[in-house]
Design a protein around this ligand. Structure first.
Ligand SMILES: NC(=O)c1ccc[n+]([C@@H]2O[C@H](COP(=O)([O-])OP(=O)(O)OC[C@H]3O[C@@H](n4cnc5c(N)ncnc54)[C@H](OP(=O)(O)O)[C@@H]3O)[C@@H](O)[C@H]2O)c1
Length: 252
């Protein structure tokens, strides 16, 4: 019998859920999924789950030590920069090995009209002066930046209704949780007369359909580039993550 490996998974993404599902029923792995608690009704977790912050990098390092974890997997969103920095620091101080389970950034293909910008504030500027019907899919974060351009009509899609929505004089809120289908995205964009799409360059399959729909409908896209993640071991496929877990199983 192989030694049990105890893993902490920092989640809140489709990829973390995919990993969690892959670990169901594995008697040789003891996983704990950690969520920040941002979503009011998170999708039910198929493995043990905890909700809420750790209290910074020191709190996370303490948690790893006290709960005797053998490995840490950062499967958070590529734009969740704080928790990823905390994971790197906590791994360094606790000695618990870290793997970043990240998805490759989206790359433009033929027919795409993409403009990549560095920040959400730059995305607002890139919308221009003339009023447009804008589809915002970057979630509730940084919605306030768009208050600087009230001439546009904003279609905001998120899981929970963001409080900052009231800062946008012309808007429609669409409550939805991915994954999204190409057919659904096409219908939504055509039906609402969307003229431009703003998104974070999150990567991954669950929310990529909007980009294909935008290409088909000749809708330009403003993509906010992801923050750099420096210095951690990375994997982008589930089988690589499972191999990494195996390689970090404690010796008998
Ligand atoms: N940013 C996005 O665009 C985005 C999109 C989709 C999903 N998400 C998910 O939403 C969550 C929050 O994102 P964010 O951008 O607000 O994070 P963030 O700015 O990087 O983190 C802020 C703080 O939230 C807590 N936290 C974040 N993720 C956590 C997790 N998985 N488990 C426990 N605590 C966590 C930590 O608190 P302490 O310092 O107290 O430990 C962290 O310092 C993440 O889990 C992320 O995967 C984010």
């Amino acid at each position: 019998m192989r030694n049990l490996i105890r893993i902490l998974i920092l989640g809140g993404t489709t990829q973390a859920s995919e990993l969690a599902r892959a670990l169901v029923g594995r008697a040789d792995i003891s996983p704990l999924l950690s969520l920040a608690g941002r979503t009011q009704n998170p999708a039910p977790a198929p493995i043990p789950c905890r909700i809420g912050g750790f209290g910074g990098a020191e709190g996370l390092a303490r948690f790893l030590r006290e709960e005797k974890f053998d490995a840490l997997i950062d499967a958070t969103h590529p734009f969740a920069a704080q928790i990823s920095a905390n994971a790197r620091a906590a791994s360094a101080t606790s000695g618990v090995p870290l793997l970043v389970f990240s998805r490759p950034a989206w790359e433009p293909g033929e027919g795409d009209q993409w403009r990549e910008v560095a920040t959400m504030v730059d995305a607002v500027t890139a919308l221009g002066e003339a009023p447009r019907r804008v589809f915002l899919t970057q979630g509730r974060l940084q919605l306030a930046a768009f208050a600087a351009a009230p001439q546009h009509f904003y279609f905001v899609r998120a899981i929970d209704e963001p409080e900052e929505l009231r800062l946008l004089p012309q808007h429609k809120f669409i409550s939805a949780r991915g994954p999204f289908t190409l057919e659904g995205e096409r219908e939504l964009m055509r039906g609402e007369g969307i003229e431009i799409l703003v998104s974070k360059n999150s990567g991954g399959g669950a929310t990529a359909a909007k980009l294909v729909a935008a290409r088909e409908l000749h809708i330009p896209v403003i993509l906010v580039a992801r923050p750099e993640a420096e210095g951690a071991e990375e994997a982008s496929r589930l089988d690589e993550v499972l191999d990494w877990i195996e390689a970090h199983r404690p010796a008998p």
